[in-house]
Design a protein around this ligand. Structure first.
Ligand SMILES: NC(=O)c1ccc[n+]([C@@H]2O[C@H](COP(=O)([O-])OP(=O)(O)OC[C@H]3O[C@@H](n4cnc5c(N)ncnc54)[C@H](O)[C@@H]3O)[C@@H](O)[C@H]2O)c1
Length: 449
């Protein structure tokens, strides 16, 4: 493969390095979180893998077979082909490097590219000639080519398309949905040239059995991922807004969705708190890109605002049901079921359950948070909320808010157990439909959207 490159205004034809063999590629994964770890486990079945992370305690846990994200099992982590390391030198033998580091927002909801740029620097310092660098982190279109490639080239002194290659392949795993693992989800691949796209398609097809989609370009693949997540944000915002209107009209939005869902082209969404570091964050990358092009992106922006405000609607609802006459909830004991940002997922980062708890605490309530699956290693502080390890620990409570419908709640907490810690007539604000209308029969003051 030869490529013509302009050097000092003269075109030179350079011999481009050969792409690696997908079957024999040594795979390095940078960032071993919810995305990177299951990906590495998938490849480790029949190729050599190197898992690199800057968090030394995580590397130690993984070497001991412990995964706090609950995305893999102990058996997954003891495969022969896996090395977990903090040592950048280990990356030097990799044929392909997959970047799965966080893409959060900074204050003011501005994109924080620092982890992705730092990972690019690490790769630039340690990649061999012929390496393929593929980004999986969610970014706005143009990030791979305009922000990451210049760093790879500058730090390595090598040239993309001649000495190494890049691609982008967004991750679509959904933590908490254990039935859909990496291999079960169709994957988008894109490369800087059609040959790189083909290489990535062949490589990923060794793990992904649900099909590969070759995107028209890296930018298209970046845009596709961020559109998917923004679409969810907008749709959930619509149903959260409808919940408020229908509630004021004494109509249950879930009954409305069931009825409307009888039409073939109606898409069902249910109210919820949109937190975590994907759906509630990625639209800000799009908004930032929009600003760069003089576009306000009003729909995306107002969806974000509606979803941010939903936590306050839930605490207002509880306040109204618990003591509408009083300006505060002084001395009221409120049990909040769910600290994780979504059902069946231990991740509490950017969980809007904390916004509900903060809002109740600000009104004077004593807030007790119960969530046996939450990974509190990332505890961001719920100000006044006290974490409890059993439902009974601090009962009796004056009210309950449900922010997550974990399987363990469904299995563990029946009406009788709840009745043993919450008095009759107590308000139960059940955002996720953990309980049902039988609650009202048991003389609880039950509300679910
Ligand atoms: N979690 C999801 O559901 C999900 C789904 C699809 C896409 N994504 C996207 O995938 C990316 C990763 O998300 P995640 O949930 O796995 O994040 P995570 O926080 O669970 O894991 C990221 C890991 O990267 C490590 N890290 C940070 N900087 C590093 C660096 N410079 N070099 C090496 N390691 C570094 C961190 O220590 C951490 O272990 C993000 O862009 C996210 O938006 C996430």
């Amino acid at each position: 493969m030869s490529t013509s490159v302009a050097i000092n205004n003269k075109f030179e034809v350079l011999e481009a390095v050969k792409l690696p063999n997908p079957k024999e590629s040594i795979v390095a994964v940078l960032g071993l979180g919810y995305v990177g770890l299951p990906l590495m486990v998938g490849f480790a079945d029949d190729q050599r893998t190197i898992g690199f992370d800057i968090d030394a305690s995580k590397i130690q846990d993984l070497r001991n077979g412990e995964d706090s994200t609950d995305m893999t099992t102990k058996e997954d982590l003891i495969k022969e082909n896996m090395d977990f390391t903090c040592d950048v030198n280990a990356l030097r033998e990799a044929d392909v490097m997959m970047v799965c580091v966080p893409t959060p927002v900074m204050q003011g909801n501005k994109p924080d590219y620092r982890p992705v740029l730092a990972a690019s620097r690490t790769i630039g310092q340690n990649m061999k000639r012929g390496c393929v660098v593929v980004y999986e982190s969610t970014v706005d279109p143009g990030t791979t080519e305009n922000k990451c490639v210049p760093i790879l080239e500058e730090v390595s002194g090598m040239r993309e398309g001649v000495d190494f290659y890049v691609g982008y392949s967004p991750e679509r795993v959904s933590p908490g949905e254990h039935a859909r693992r990496v291999g079960d989800i169709a994957k988008i691949v894109s490369g800087s040239t059609p040959a790189v796209t083909d290489y990535l398609a062949e490589l990923y097809s060794r793990v992904v059995k649900a099909g590969l989609f070759k995107a028209a370009s890296i930018k298209v693949a970046e845009a596709a991922k961020i559109l998917e997540n923004t679409q969810r944000d907008v749709n959930i915002a619509l149903i959260n807004e409808m919940m408020q209107l229908f509630d004021a009209m004494d109509i249950k939005v879930t009954d409305v969705v069931a009825a409307a869902g009888s039409k073939w082209n109606f898409h069902k969404y249910f109210p919820g708190l949109v937190g975590g570091h994907c759906i509630s964050v990625d639209p800000f990358y799009l908004l930032s890109a929009g600003r760069g092009h003089g576009l306000a992106m009003e729909m995306v922006s107002s969806a974000r605002q509606v979803n941010e405000r939903t936590a306050h609607y839930i605490s207002d609802k509880l306040h109204e049901m618990l003591d509408a006459e009083s300006h505060n909830l002084q001395g009221k004991r409120v049990l909040v079921l769910g600290r994780a940002f979504k059902d069946n997922c231990p991740d509490i980062r950017n969980s809007k359950a904390f916004a509900v708890m903060d809002s109740l605490w600000t009104r004077g309530a004593d807030v007790f948070s119960y969530d046996p699956i939450a990974d509190d290693g990332h505890f961001e502080g719920g100000r006044g909320a006290k974490i409890i390890n059993s439902l009974e620990e601090e009962g009796p409570y004056d009210a309950v808010v449900v922010t997550a419908k974990h399987d363990c709640f469904v299995e563990e907490i029946d009406l009788f157990r709840l009745a043993s810690v919450v008095g009759r007539g107590a308000p139960i604000v059940d955002l996720r439909g953990l309980f049902d209308e039988k609650m009202a029969k048991l003389q609880f003051n039950y509300w679910t959207p």
